[in-house]
Ligand binder design. Sequence first.
Ligand SMILES: C[S@@+](CC[C@H](N)C(=O)[O-])C[C@H]1O[C@@H](n2cnc3c(N)ncnc32)[C@H](O)[C@@H]1O
Length: 195
Amino acid sequence: MSKRWADHFTERAKLEGYKARSVYKLREIHERYRVFKLGDKVLDLGCYPGSWSQFALEQVGERGRVFGIDIVEVKDLSDHRFSFHRADVLKLSPGELLDRVGPVDVVLSDLAPSTTGIRVVDSVKSMELVLKASEVAKTVLKPNGIFVFKAFESKELGILRHEMRSLFRNLKAFRPKATRTRSKEVFTICLGLKT
Ligand SMILES: C[S@@+](CC[C@H](N)C(=O)[O-])C[C@H]1O[C@@H](n2cnc3c(N)ncnc32)[C@H](O)[C@@H]1O
């Protein structure tokens, strides 16, 4: 994707009132895999600045709910269906989270560590977040729930996907158009948590 095209998403996000260009990644994922339904409860891990939560709120309707978690506070997303909890995901107990939010239909993880530029360090930090998100998803998802997560291509991701394949009915790997060409990120969509 050219830089001009990447900028197109940034400009479009501004015009359409979204907090980040990454909203178009989730939109494309939803258009392809129908992640959200009306009335869904959604947990958004690494939600700041809030564009994925904005999009989820649009999809779940009046009876839906979105719970966002991030180490950075989301201050300006005022919607009675949205609750924000400031926390380090790595320190969260999935069981306590379940007590707090109750079972959910969808877990999203766009978690990304602050990078050091040292590839091996960044890759380990990113995998640590992904593993934690999958632990949370396994604990808080309702039967038939959906887990969408971002990760960087690696051998470890292959191992995690293998595990997720046994827990979910279907698993898809997807690279949205809004992902920058130089990025190694890929999204995994785990559909239908088995009971
Ligand atoms: C790519 S951004 C998410 C963008 C968001 N999906 C959106 O569309 O607005 C990644 C987020 O992960 C958060 N993050 C990284 N490590 C975290 C941790 N240990 N606990 C909670 N949030 C974390 C960062 O603060 C950052 O806001």
